[in-house]
Design a protein around this ligand. Structure first.
Ligand code: 13P
Ligand code: MG
Ligand code: MG
Length: 378
């Protein structure tokens, strides 16, 4: 049967700053998801609720396809219910990511981050009898945050030996990259790798503007491997409302990269735009699922869960918290040290985000006022 995986995430309020949603919010959404999975409602095959920093992620499987109105409407209602609780509890940023009053149908572009993949779940499939996948959720950063890992997973055998070892992967992949500066419609480009890897690199170099939206197999072109939520909140809202905090689905094993190959690039703690006030450039830290933001700087965070889906589309019974494992402790310490060292430079130059990415306009307004005071020396 055809199954769609939908990961929809929003920040609708958090305790004491941009830290984490409250237990009451999570419990309420959890109950709604449980009810949507019940046989009477039948909306979802399965679903669960997690958080990464101040963002709530709904991870769902269903049979309605990508961009399906009933599923998107359900997610929106979940976030509205949690917003109400956030208001009652006096939490910060209640309803922060719900940027329109009532979205029509699909909520992509209405604030929440959406990553979805539809595939055939067939236990008798010759090349994909098992369905393994990873769900990433990042907080305090922009959608280009996945550019560095995705390039290395699909284009760089120095990071992913599977590109040499697996003959199905050796046939390459098709990248779909979106121009996030284009506001009216989706402006995208499709590039085959390895032939066009340097063209992919040239675009991904600028993660403020270009982000990987999807990756497909070239061995089986109908198979989508990756989906990233690549929309920018400030383009939707017209002003800063928070960082985009992207989610991603990556299908693994068989004709796709193995999970160990997919997470390897996260050892670096690569620099991304985000952090405090969404206005800095800082290294991203891999963290356990359901980790609040509590450190200095509001360091960018990323969580990663590994799942297997049974033939009925159910996947939540057991899972592995990849970045929650002790093997990532060393990386966490390194990233914190890297951040501490980097931020000793304060606001000068590269440590603060580019002016186009600056979330708060205070400095831009100040510069505008100062511009009037400049004069040309005779
Ligand atoms: P969020 O985008 O996660 O809400 O964080 C905003 C912020 O300004 C943190 O300092
Ligand atoms: Mg927030
Ligand atoms: Mg957030």
């Amino acid at each position: 049967m055809k199954v769609t995986l939908s990961v929809i995430k929003a920040d609708v309020g958090s305790i004491g700053g941009h830290t984490r949603p409250s237990n009451k919010m999570l419990h309420t959404i959890g109950e709604m998801v449980r009810s949507a999975c019940s046989t009477e409602k039948g909306l979802l095959l399965d679903g669960m609720v997690t958080y990464t920093g101040d963002d709530i992620a709904l991870i769902m499987s269903h049979r309605h396809g990508v961009g399906a109105e009933p599923v998107h409407k359900f997610a929106w209602e979940c976030f509205l219910a949690a917003t109400e609780i956030a208001k009652q509890q006096g939490l910060y940023g209640a309803g922060q990511d719900l940027l329109v009053d009532a979205p029509s149908g699909n909520i992509r572009g209405a604030g929440p981050a959406v990553a979805e993949i539809e595939f055939e779940r067939d236990p008798r499939s010759s090349y994909r009898p098992a369905e393994a996948f990873l769900v990433f959720a990042a907080d305090k950063c922009s959608p280009g945050a996945y550019n560095y890992p995705l390039y290395n997973i699909f284009c760089n055998p120095m990071h992913n030996g599977g590109l040499l070892l697996n003959p199905k992967m050796h046939q390459g992949f098709t990248f779909t990259i979106i121009d996030m500066d284009y506001k009216d419609k989706d402006r995208i480009i499709k590039l085959d790798v390895p032939e066009r890897a340097w063209d992919v690199a040239a675009l991904l170099q600028n993660p403020d503007r270009f982000a990987v939206e999807a990756v497909h197999s070239r061995y089986k072109p109908e198979e989508q491997i990756v989906s990233v939520s690549a929309t920018r909140l400030h383009n939707i809202a017209g002003k800063y409302t928070g960082k985009d905090d992207p989610v991603a689905i990556v299908r693994t094993q068989g004709i796709f990269p193995a999970p160990e190959e997919v997470v390897e690039p996260f050892l670096l703690g690569h620099f991304v735009a985000g952090d405090a006030r969404g206005s800095h450039v800082m290294p991203i830290m891999p963290v356990a699922i359901n980790t609040p933001v509590a450190g200095a700087f509001c360091l960018p965070l990323v969580s990663c869960l590994a799942f297997s889906m049974n033939p009925d589309g159910r996947f939540t019974e057991e899972y592995v918290d990849i970045f929650g494992n002790a093997v990532w402790d060393q990386t966490r310490l390194k990233v914190q040290q890297k951040a501490d060292e980097w931020r000793r430079q304060g606001f000068i130059g590269s440590t603060m985000a580019s002016h186009a990415e600056l979330a708060y306009t205070g400095i831009v307004d100040t510069l505008k006022a100062l511009d009037e005071e400049f004069f040309i020396r005779e």
